[in-house]
Design a protein around this ligand. Structure first.
Ligand SMILES: Cc1cc2nc3c(=O)[nH]c(=O)nc-3n(C[C@H](O)[C@H](O)[C@H](O)COP(=O)(O)OP(=O)(O)OC[C@H]3O[C@@H](n4cnc5c(N)ncnc54)[C@H](O)[C@@H]3O)c2cc1C
Ligand code: FES
Ligand code: FES
Length: 1910
């Protein structure tokens, strides 16, 4: 006889002969039974909506076991002979509701209700099992459950609506040890009236429910084998097998039927929640029937668990062992394992999940298992059965094996006693020199960090450490004998033992030094695989865990944590305490008395969530304002409430599923369906516009997954996948003008008034998924005459109706859309629900069959989008006292692919932003159209972000000014006048502005200031935990919409009401019901008729009540109530006279009589009103405030909320109980947005958070610490603008989401005061603070300088680049203006500022010319005008050989002159104040630049003057000639020093540690940074870059702090990173470099003023600077000859002459005058910049009657054929720089010599040599009448004519020797054989003559100036 599947559901018997073995229990319950209580929320075991109670019965012991399970994962066949209880089974509307249901109703613990049946079942399971214990009987009405257990009962169930507090109250109400007074608002007693007793609660009796029916027990007994016990051997007919031994299992597996089959071994099947199964198996083998796999055995060595033992069972056993006589060490280990397992998944998963299934998933599928990690540390072994053999292996070896095949069976797991495992392998390797003084201790600890702190989320990293330590006499240190360090879940194949670290530690004492060594090794071990999210965080977590483990044992580490105890035996307990729970600091408290309560909360790990709710009730409009329970709430709890998916499927119903595109932008070429091994039911795919369908939802979904879509991207632009892309491609949605918000005030005026400015600060906000518990769903049923009925879970049925009608091409009256209730909306069931309803309707219409769709969670996430992500950039100006004077905000909103309702975003954001008085406010908000999924309104759309931006600005300003953020907030809070200005038309009357009073009230009731003090104290006492507190105000601008309401009174007096709004859990129906009862009850002035129970609100129906609009904006309840009130008023008017006449006749009458009579007299008893708000009151303001205190574990980042106080002025609440629920729910949703919900998208913009528990973590109940305290006050405004009931009432759900902001502010505020951002802190403190926060990558980035060509904001950001430079000639564009430069520099800077720490980069450029202090100052101003704060000047080379191409950059061959010339440094940087510490860089302000003395050292002394060559000189020579100017520079506070390319005695300076680190940094005590030259380190190897890694190593080791890379920065960064990681370069070297770089940046003020503006642009090329340059030219000219004889001076020249000749290559060539480093690196010829050539200067200087003939290279005809009075010949060197300028013969270049000969041979002439150094001139000296050395005079040719014509006298002296011939070189003053043409110091003088031309005659220049790169 065929075996059948027999089980019971709620006492009903089910017998199935044929079952698809892949059917889940949930699927069966929902489609094959009348029970709808279990809901499908996720299908992954992650939400608890599907929880049922499973009961099993043992026929021999007659024991019934009951436990909760997730029915979405449990396979139906696995419950053979079991009994299932759903929430309907506990109680229902027919049999009476269960006390659990009633308490859910009475404590207002259900909003949308979708999670409630699952919650009820989790609680019921907990109560049932508690009541089974042998604990003493509790007082009547209570369960045996404790309050701690009660609170944990719903730990794994998610609720998106309530905020959990009321649900926890329900659970706790069953615990006898709870103080009922502490529970929240409820309908059972009045708060504060002292009547909170259990007898007021629906009575609990655990005997009432029979979960295992007698008939099933009898059936089980009767099917018992005579000899054997009851045997459940499976259902072979259903391909479900249940072998009873391993042999039987292998017989099956080896049988022919199985060989070809796709077989799945299964225990709890919870693995399918992790690895969603697309494939269906042919056969299932249930391993639970094999006794060997379920046995738990204890032997002398430990405990063995059969592989099928559930995690719950293992926990129970491990805890029991704890209670028995185990050794204390074993107890410790076992209890910690159990505690850790308690955090694995949820109770309803653990009840099914087996240990073996977990380990197999870890081994085979790289699952991030906790079980594997903790058992690994415990030294466990496993027993494995393969097809051929049985093996016992260490767990470590098992995990390392190749993934086991599907025929290998895990038999058991053995967890050894820790003492045996530790001692047996104890390995102190001989380095301990004395005997232990006391018995060895076993330490064991486990850790996990997960998005939800207390479990129910896959860990980022988990770890477990088992150590055997002993204390030794001699040192008193603890010594490690043996240690196991296991780590898992961090992104590796499987959990691992950190063997290297273990080996290192064994035998070592526990000291900080040893720990440091261990950490270094650990860093090399814990390296997450590529693409692991948050991989850096994971690596650092592993280290944090190790540190936490050892920290309490360390003697030599200062541990300011006040709770840390040092004794070995207590150490583990202390660690345990610190793991997840907060321990205290009571002894150090200044305000003990005040804080007792708080301390208790903080210290007591068992403290239960406690809360206080303060509500002001208003009785005036009874029952409006009463906190009555929600309408229909018991139905929601029992599971009888009908949601769309609960409507039974009509006959022939098909199920639809979407195939979503996996490409962001593509054409669809075609769609095929993959063949699959699974049996396929027929389905249809109608086309691109349609959907695949199956006969069940599962089949349809599977069919959709088999779709193989072929995409084509031909002729398509790349998709837009960032807002920046959208900006680049001008892809925006237009906002209609009427939705554009208005600016306030005059921004430029506000900015001008500011004392300080923060410019271009960046904030980014991500998305948030709606996560309503009921996913999008619809059911469409075709009707006659082309009509269609659509049940849709939507917030906007009217929009759905309209869209469906258009899509089907039928009139709207053919489409009826019905919505009864929605299982959570939060905006996501607005327009985003319409595609689902429309797709269903389309398919139904086409196929003429009903079609329904219920989206799986992943599809829902992908399709529905979520909250708008955005990039924000703001600039703010403010006074020193914190008053903000102007704010400008630029916002790029990512709206996705379609506009949806995104156009409301600007208005909403600005409205929230206006909550402070910014002085002036302007903004530019763009809605970017991208190829992401459409983003839509989500709870508080735009308002949450606007509020966040406002708080960002406040915090930023506070941190800038080092003020308490709260005082900055207060300073900028609106006065009533400014409120009127910012919220024109909505501000209301002055008394309505209650916010300031609310803030003060809240600060006082929450002891804000006292707590602030306590927190400061806590933070100063605790190193690893920090606390923060923040007070945040909120202003919400409400805008009302027109809404309809219809009230009809039926003949029996019952009342039916329809409203436009939808019941989405917000309590709309309840409030409307209250309003109807109140308004109709007005007929009886005494309120004697209680009409509440007569009112029913019915579902929304688009054909019954038109113009329903949509439910959104938190105003639907208010508007619907008003519409209903007006309808009721009409009815009251109609009934009034009748009532009067009846009363006149028969005395007082009842409602029933009145209605009966009204009917008889044909009074119209139905009224519909369309309420349209009046213009004057359409918009008004609501206020609120909140304080939150949080604690952050700085080692792990774990954050808990310690306490929250919320206050809200809601006018008069229609129902305070409902509103409280909304406030709390919104607050928790906000916690999710800011703290744990991470909306992940892949690189194509597709949502990837498919698995709820793994990837998308909305807050769960235990997200908060045990110690959270939560107070909520609803503050009833005493003043009302209109005394109309229903106005200004209850609109809390959106509003309160803003309050969540305070959490993050507390987080980044107090807890993380960024000292480095505080300019008032000493620089060293700032440096240290910043460096403590920096990662290695951030540090190495700082050491990297790149060329502007390769720089971009993105590169700056991605690589944390510290500096950018312009190489020679590298400009933003040819002839760039100052603005071009400023913009370019700022663009890079913004990239740097957008990094995590916002460290500004420093931009550097060459500024070659300049010789003294004044010139330095002018140069600084001109460079700053282009936005650049750093110059590579001065060059303090001592040029000892003019053949060197850089000689002209050197001031002299004499070091004394070079030393004097270092005066340019104070010019550039500012004068060092008296007593300034020598060696420390100094830059005095925004008009100065950081200087760079170069090139260190000996660059001017290279052999033969060859550039970059070797300086051959003894040390004394080097120090006396080349070094002195460095000392002068350092004394003058030079900021940086550049290393020379050259070598000293063969050693490259870039690798010369002795001179760079030894001499410069250590001896001269230079504290600025050392920078390399351009590719300077590359040239350390003889072939540049031949061994770059070596170059990096040598350069950095030598002491170079910043490397001018300048192009291949990634190679540099990689090489340096790897050298540091390998310890070739110690971190201390990096820290030294970064500290120096940061010092310069802080000194310059870059952190305060990172961005340049154009305020200095008028400095550029200004007249004073040109005059200064001209002065410099004339003073630097050296007159070498004047007249052919001493008494016959040729100069000055007469201005008046008949005719003069100007000749020579350099006479009219500005480029030649300037030389190299001008516009282009090597300089150029011609009119390359603005200036005056010598020819122009002469022309402007001579008398107008003098004829000037200019010939560049005159031939003898010109010379002889004219009667020239005299000639001016200007010749010299062409431009050059560096190596190109090296010149071994130094001859005067052609045609210079021939011009001299031609001209000077005939005419009296002055020859001017334009050169950077002496050249060979001796042969021409006799020919010339006068000879002038002009050292590259630059743009100011008039400097020459000033002296030529005698306006000024010649005064210049040679700063270098003028040689006769090059073979004399090198020859310098003081040399033995000194025989110069003109000696060092030579220079003739002349006297100025009178009558010089006024400078007004100077050439008029172009006013515009442009700037080259130098
Ligand atoms: C919502 C959720 C959250 C979770 N969170 C965590 C967590 O935080 N930490 C953690 O460690 N785990 C977590 N898990 C994983 C959970 O512990 C495992 O799913 C569970 O232990 C698997 O046991 P099972 O009996 O249900 O295995 P099944 O699903 O029945 O099987 C899993 C796999 O193992 C194979 N298998 C099972 N038993 C054996 C055996 N004896 N021999 C050979 N093959 C076998 C099956 O064929 C299947 O391939 C979570 C799971 C879910 C669903
Ligand atoms: S539906 Fe089963 S746990 Fe979510
Ligand atoms: S009431 Fe819990 S999800 Fe809505």
């Amino acid at each position: 006889m065929a075996r059948k599947l027999v089980f019971a559901v709620n006492g009903e018997r089910f017998e199935l002969a044929e079952v698809d073995p892949s059917t889940t229990l949930l699927e069966f319950l929902r489609t094959q039974t009348r029970f709808r209580g279990p809901k499908l929320g996720c299908g992954e075991g992650g939400c608890g909506a599907c929880v049922v109670l499973l009961s099993t019965y043992h026929p021999v012991s007659e024991q019934v076991k009951e436990f909760s399970i997730s029915s979405c994962l449990t396979l139906l066949c696995s419950i053979n002979f079991c009994s299932v209880t759903t929430s309907e089974g506990l109680g229902n509307s027919e049999d009476g509701f269960h006390p659990i249901h009633q308490r859910f109703a009475g404590f207002h613990a259900s909003q949308c209700g979708f999670c409630t049946p699952g919650m009820c079942m989790s609680l019921f399971s907990a109560l049932t099992n508690a009541d089974k214990t042998s604990r003493p009987e509790p007082p009547g009405g209570f369960s045996k459950i404790t309050k701690t257990e009660a609170e944990k009962a719903i730990a794994g169930n998610l609720c998106r609506c309530t905020g959990y507090r009321p649900i926890v109250d329900v659970c706790k109400s069953f615990a006898a040890d709870v103080d009922l007074e502490d529970l929240g608002l409820n309908t059972f007693w009045k708060k504060g009236n002292k009547d909170a007793t259990v007898c007021r609660l629906p009575c609990h009796s655990h005997k009432r429910i029979c979960t295992f029916p007698e008939f099933l027990k009898s059936e089980i007994k009767s099917s018992m084998d005579i000899l054997d016990n009851f045997k459940n051997t499976g259902l072979p007919e259903c391909q479900w097998y249940r072998p009873t031994s391993i042999e039987e299992l292998y017989e099956l597996l080896n049988s022919d039927a199985f060989l070809e089959s796709h077989v799945k071994l299964v225990v709890g099947n919870t693995g399918s929640g992790v690895y969603k199964e697309n494939d269906v198996y042919d056969k299932y083998i249930d391993l639970k029937g094999i006794p060997e796999l379920s046995v738990i055995r204890r032997d002398s060595g430990g405990v063995s668990f059969g592989a099928a033992v559930t995690i719950s069972m293992a926990i129970e056993v491990l805890k029991q062992k704890n209670e028995s006589e185990l050794h204390s060490d074993e107890r410790l280990v076992f209890s910690k394992i159990a505690d850790h397992m308690d955090k694995v998944a949820t109770p309803f998963i653990r009840n099914m999940a087996s240990l073996g299934g977990n380990l197999i998933m870890a081994q085979r599928s790289q699952f991030a298992s906790d079980v594997a990690t903790i058992l690994l540390a415990a030294g466990s072994t496993i027993c494995l059965q393969t097809a051929s053999e049985r093996l016992v292996l260490p767990l470590e070896e098992f995990l390392q094996r190749p993934p086991c095949d599907d025929r290998t069976v895990l038999i058991s797991i053995h967890v050894p006693f820790s003492t045996s495992v530790m001692e047996s392998s104890s390995g102190a390797n001989g380095c301990i020199d004395s005997e232990p003084t006391k018995e060895a201790d076993i330490l064991f600890e486990t850790y996990r960090a997960a998005p939800r702190p207390l479990g129910n989320a896959i860990a980022y990293v988990n770890s477990a450490f088992l150590a055997h330590v002993t204390s030794y006499n001699i040192s008193g240190d603890l010594v490690i004998h043996n240690i196991h360090l296991a780590f898992g879940a961090y992104g590796s194949e499987h959990a691992v033992r950190a063997r290297k670290v273990e080996n290192f530690l064994v035998g070592k004492p526990v000291t900080a030094c040893v720990l440091l060594g261990a950490i270094k090794l650990l860093k090399e071990t814990i390296i997450p695989n590529e693409h692991t999210p948050h991989s850096r965080y994971r690596s650092s977590l592993a280290i944090a865990f190790l540190f936490k483990f050892f920290q309490p044992l360390l003697k030599d580490l200062s541990v300011p944590e006040k709770n840390v105890q040092m004794s070995v035996s207590s150490a583990a307990a202390t660690i345990e305490n610190s793991n997840g729970c907060i321990s205290g600091f009571a002894d150090d408290l200044p305000h003990k008395a005040l804080n007792v309560k708080q301390l208790d909360q903080v210290n007591n790990p068992d403290l239960i969530l406690s809360s206080e709710q303060t509500v002001e009730f208003c009785k005036d409009y009874h029952p409006v304002g009463d906190p009555i329970k929600k309408t229909g709430v018991e139905l929601q709890a029992s599971g009888e409430a009908i949601y769309v998916d609960d409507i039974p499927s009509p006959k022939n119903c098909l199920y639809g599923a979407f195939v979503n595109s996996t490409r962001p932008l593509a054409h669809i070429k075609g769609i095929k369906f993959k063949s699959t091994s699974s049996p396929q039911k027929a389905f249809t795919f109608i086309g691109a516009d349609d959907i695949p369908k199956g006969e069940t939802q599962r089949q349809a979904s599977m069919a959709a997954k088999q779709a193989d879509v072929q995409y084509c991207t031909d002729n398509l632009e790349p998709p837009i996948l960032s807002v920046e892309d959208a900006v680049r491609r001008s892809s925006f949605f237009k906002v209609p003008p009427f939705l554009c918000p208005q600016k306030v005030g005059d921004l430029s005026k506000g900015m001008a008034e500011a004392d300080h400015k923060i410019l271009s600060a960046e904030v980014k906000l991500g998305s948030q998924y709606y996560f309503y518990m009921e996913t999008q769903t619809a059911l469409a049923i075709p009707d006659e005459d082309n009509c269609i009925l659509v049940y849709s879970s939507t917030q906007c049925p009217e929009m759905a109706q309209d869209t469906i009608a258009k899509c089907l091409g039928i009139p709207a009256h053919n489409v009826r859309v019905i919505t009864r209730r929605v299982g959570g909306g939060f905006g996501g069931k607005g327009p985003r629900s319409v595609p689902v309803a429309t797709a269903c309707a389309l398919a139904a219409f086409r196929l003429r069959r009903p079609v329904r769709m219920y989206l799986d969670r992943k599809t829902d996430m992908i399709m529905t989008g979520g909250r708008h992500p955005m990039h924000i950039n703001y600039s703010v100006g403010f006074k020193s006292d914190g008053k903000i004077t102007a704010l400008h905000v630029d916002i790029l909103v990512n709206a996705g692919i379609t506009v949806d309702v995104s156009v409301i975003m600007p208005q909403n954001m600005v409205s929230a932003l206006k909550k402070y008085n910014w002085g002036a406010l302007s903004f530019d908000i763009r809605l970017c159209k991208t190829n992401f999924s459409t983003k839509s309104a989500m709870r508080g759309p735009g308002e949450v972000q606007g509020s966040f931006i406002a708080e960002s600005v406040i915090e930023h300003v506070a941190s800038f000014l080092s003020m308490d953020a709260n005082s900055v907030r207060k300073k900028n809070l609106h006065t009533y006048d400014s409120l009127m200005l910012f919220y024109e038309g909505s501000a209301g009357d002055a008394p309505e502005y209650t916010l300031p009073a609310m803030i003060d009230g809240l600060a006082s009731s929450a002891s804000y200031f006292d707590r602030l003090e306590i927190i400061r104290h806590f933070n100063s006492c605790n190193k690893w935990r920090k606390r923060g507190i923040s007070l945040v105000p909120v202003v919400y601008q409400v805008t009302l919409r027109p809404t309809p309401g219809k009230v009809s009174i039926l003949t029996d007096g019952s009342i039916v009401v329809e409203v436009g709004g939808i019941e989405i859990g917000q309590g709309l129906w309840t409030k409307v019901k209250q309003m109807t009862a109140f308004a109709l009850g007005q007929l009886w002035g005494d309120g004697s008729q209680n009409l509440l129970d007569r009112v029913r609100i019915i579902q929304a129906d688009t054909l019954s009540l038109v113009q329903g609009g949509f439910t959104a904006g938190s105003t639907t309840s208010e508007a619907s109530c008003e519409a209903v009130r007006l309808s009721c008023n009409v009815l009251v008017d109609r009934l009034k006279s009748l009532k009067q006449s009846l009363e006149d006749k028969i005395g007082s009458i009842s409602w029933d009589t009145l209605i009966f009579q009204a009917n008889m007299q044909s009074v119209n008893l139905s009224e519909r009103t369309y309420w349209v708000p009046e213009d004057a009151s359409i918009s008004y303001l609501n206020f609120g405030a909140a304080i939150s205190e949080v604690e952050v574990d700085v080692l792990t980042g774990a954050t808990i909320i310690l306490r929250t106080d919320l206050t809200y002025d809601c006018g008069q609440s229609l129902n305070p109980a409902v509103d409280l629920g909304q406030i709390e729910g919104a607050f928790v949703q906000g916690i999710g947005f800011f703290m744990c919900e991470e909306y992940l998208e892949n690189s194509d913009g597709l949502a990837t958070s498919g698995l709820l528990f793994m990837c998308y973590n909305l807050p769960v109940r235990n997200f908060f610490s045990h110690s959270e305290a939560w107070t909520v006050q609803i503050f009833q405004k005493k003043y009302l603008r209109q005394s109309v009931v229903g106005r200004r009432m209850a609109r809390s759900q959106k509003f309160c989401l803003h309050l969540l902001l305070l959490i993050c502010w507390a987080y980044i505020g107090e807890a993380d005061y960024m000292k480095y951002k505080d300019p008032k802190q000493p620089i060293n403190v700032r440096i240290k603070d910043l460096m403590d926060r920096m990662t290695l990558a951030e540090k190495i980035g700082q050491m990297t300088q790149i060329e502007r060509e390769v720089a971009s904001a993105q590169v700056m950001k991605n690589y944390f680049i510290g500096s950018v430079l312009s190489g020679g000639g590298s400009v933003p564009r040819p002839q760039a203006s100052a603005a071009d430069w400023v913009n370019m520099v700022n663009e890079f800077q913004k990239g740097s500022l957008s990094t995590r720490l916002g460290i500004p980069m420093i931009y550097g450029i060459d500024a070659v010319h300049g010789h003294n202090n004044r010139i330095g100052a002018a140069t600084a101003l001109e460079v700053r005008a282009t936005g650049i704060p750093y110059v590579f000047a001065p060059c303090i080379a001592v040029c000892r050989d003019p053949r060197w191409g850089r000689c002209y950059e050197s001031y002299s061959e004499d070091h004394n002159i070079v030393q004097q010339m270092t005066e340019i440094i104070p010019g550039l940087q500012g004068d060092v104040p008296a007593k300034y510490r020598k060696g420390v860089p100094y830059v005095s302000g925004k008009e100065k630049v950081a200087a760079c003395a170069k090139h260190y050292v000996g660059d001017g002394g290279t052999h033969n003057g060859i550039n970059e060559n070797n300086t051959i000189l003894n040390r004394a020579g080097l120090l006396s000639i080349h070094m002195p100017a460095y000392l002068n520079s350092i004394i003058k506070g030079v900021s940086t020093i550049m290393v020379s390319y050259s070598s000293w005695n063969g050693v490259k300076m870039h690798a010369n540690r002795d001179l760079v680190t030894g001499y410069l940094k250590n001896t001269l005590r230079f504290r600025g940074f050392v920078i390399s030259d351009w590719q300077g380190i590359d040239r350390i190897t003889s072939s540049p870059g031949a061994n770059y890694t070596y170059s990096v190593q040598a350069g950095i080791s030598a002491g170079i702090d910043m490397v001018m890379v300048p192009y291949n920065y990634s190679e540099f960064i990689n090489d340096l990173t790897s050298l540091v990681k390998k310890n070739v370069i110690p971190l201390s070297r990096i820290d030294d470099a970064v500290g120096r770089i940061l010092r310069v940046k802080f000194t310059i003020g870059l952190f305060e003023n990172p961005l340049a503006d154009l305020s200095l642009v008028d400095q550029l090329g200004k007249k004073e600077h040109r005059d200064l340059a001209r002065e410099a030219v004339r003073k630097s000219l050296v007159l070498l000859k004047n007249g052919k004889s001493t008494n016959d001076s040729f100069l000055p020249l007469p201005r008046k002459a008949a005719k003069i000749l100007i000749a020579g290559s350099h006479a009219n060539n500005l480029g030649y005058q300037c030389g190299g480093w001008t516009i282009e690196w090597q300089g150029d010829s011609g009119n390359i910049t603005v200036g005056t050539t010598i020819l122009d200067a002469v022309r402007s200087s001579i008398d107008p009657s003098t004829e000037v003939v200019y010939s560049e290279n005159p031939d003898s005809n010109i010379v002889k054929g004219n009667d020239f009075s005299y000639a001016i010949v200007v010749v010299g060197e062409p431009p050059y720089t560096e190596t190109a300028g090296d010149n071994l013969n130094l001859e005067l270049p052609d045609p210079g010599p021939s011009i001299i000969q031609t001209v000077c041979g005939t005419i009296k002439c002055v020859v001017i040599i334009i050169s950077g150094r002496p050249v060979v001139i001796e042969p021409y000296v006799p020919l010339v009448d006068a000879l002038v050395a002009a050292w590259l005079p630059g743009s100011e040719g008039q400097g020459l004519t000033d002296v030529l014509f005698g306006d000024y006298g010649f005064t210049g002296k040679l700063s270098r020797t003028w040689f006769k011939s090059v073979d004399q070189l090198p020859m310098n003053v003081g040399d033995k054989h000194y025989d110069p043409l003109f000696p060092f110091g030579f220079g003739l003088t002349t006297k100025p003559t009178s009558g010089r031309l006024s400078s007004a005659a100077a050439i008029v220049r172009k006013q515009t100036s442009w700037v080259g790169s130098n």
